[in-house]
Design a protein around this ligand. Structure first.
Ligand code: GAF
Length: 386
């Protein structure tokens, strides 16, 4: 699916030519997992898997939304927006609603078709791409004058209030602020970033998709967030300067261990260790030291699996499979967890062979193929035409 196929579907569905087409990419995250909602740092990038939108304003208040990939549609009234029973529609309605609540002048209805090639539920943030792209498109079409940062915050609120996941801001930020061949070192407290060059001719970024998404993903995500908040309450008693886990070290957490439940301790220990790893990884990258960077990725995976407990059998299998393979710098599960993809940094000359080995071993173990994606780092949301 690409922009012109979505425009063609729009034409067929609405019998009109779209006046605006936009593209909103999915994301990868190199390191810094579950740190965004703890005010920490993350290192994501936008990728060449994207959601495309075609739109045209209407003269009345009707909003017609068409999900091309699902061949499903809904009609709404701008003056009477409601949550839908269809999960896909809520990502879009949530954004319209958040914009209206902030006084955005969306003055009339519109027709919209969307779809793309960000695999659903694979941890590449298809939902954030839909939310970011929706805000970006409406900002363009109705000349709302919102900044990319404002759009990222609106997309995040839509996810909180309409999809029910209390996510951090990383995914939306990456979709909106991505820059070709660069990682985004995002400070989730100040919401400012710097771009770090990431263009190693000899390295492929490969994602292996477990093809599973375990049911408890959303509720467990919210629970992890609450556990981190409970940990902060304990740490704050000892040191009032600790406002979030970003302000604490693993030593602080160890010192307060007896005042925490086992689960809260493990979550806090992971996040504070991840903050330290994230900083070390940035140094390794600046020194072009991919070997050290890769070691840190494995450490992150182990922490996510054992302390944060958001991995699963399939993800652990994929990471363990490549752990000692020559040609693999590092690998780990990526994103919220409980399924989705692993991210792997692989020596380009060995990539074919390693992809074949992994695909075969996964099929032998689980009985179905693990899809793989060799991804490139791209710019964030863009206007394709209009
Ligand atoms: C999901 C969330 F949406 C992000 O905000 C982030 O917390 C990530 O999980 C884990 O790092 O993608």
């Amino acid at each position: 699916m690409n922009a012109s196929l979505i425009a063609k579907s729009f034409q067929e569905k609405f019998n009109a030519t779209p006046t605006l087409q936009v593209k909103a990419p999915g994301r990868i995250n190199l390191i810094g997992e579950h740190t965004d909602y703890n005010d920490g740092f993350v290192l994501p990038a936008a990728i060449d898997k994207a959601i495309y939108f075609s739109l045209k304003p209407r003269e009345d208040d009707q909003i017609r939304l068409y999900a091309v990939d699902l061949n499903d549609e809904i009609n709404l009234d701008l003056q009477n927006l409601k949550k839908s029973k269809k999960a896909w529609a809520n990502f879009l309605i949530g954004v319209i609603n958040e914009l209206l609540e902030r006084g955005a002048q969306i003055t009339n209805g519109f027709d919209l078709a969307f779809g793309g090639d960000v695999p659903l539920g694979a941890g590449m943030s298809s939902s954030a791409a839909i939310e970011s792209g929706m805000g970006f498109a409406l900002n363009q079409m109705f000349e709302l004058g919102l900044s990319r940062l404002q759009l990222a915050k609106i997309a995040q609120l839509a996810e909180h209030n309409f999809a029910g996941v209390k996510c951090g801001i990383m995914d939306m930020y990456a979709s909106l602020f991505g820059k070709s061949e660069h990682l985004i070192k995002l400070d989730c407290r100040s919401l400012s970033h710097e771009y770090l060059p990431f263009s190693f001719d000899e390295v492929s970024v490969v994602l292996f998709n477990t093809g599973v998404k375990h049911n408890l993903a959303d509720s467990a995500y919210n629970k992890r967030r609450e556990e981190c908040e409970r940990g902060v309450e304990v740490l704050k008693q000892r040191n009032p300067d600790i406002l979030s886990l970003r302000d604490a070290t693993s030593d602080d957490v160890n010192a307060a261990k007896s005042e925490m439940t086992e689960d809260v301790y493990k979550r806090c220990f992971f996040v504070t260790s991840e903050t330290r790893r994230m900083m070390e990884a940035t140094d390794a990258l600046n020194n072009q030291n991919l070997i050290r960077f890769g070691e840190l990725m494995y450490e992150t995976h182990d922490g996510l699996s054992q302390d944060y407990e958001v991995s699963c059998t399939e993800l652990d299998f994929l990471v363990n499979l490549v752990r000692d393979k020559t040609g693999v710098f590092g690998a780990r599960m990526m994103g919220g967890g409980f399924g989705g993809c692993t991210i792997n940094l692989i020596d380009k000359s060995k990539a074919r062979e390693i992809i074949c080995d992994v695909t075969k071993a996964y099929k032998d173990q689980f009985g179905f193929e693990a899809e793989h994606f060799e991804v490139c780092i791209t710019d964030g949301c863009t206007v394709v035409s209009g």
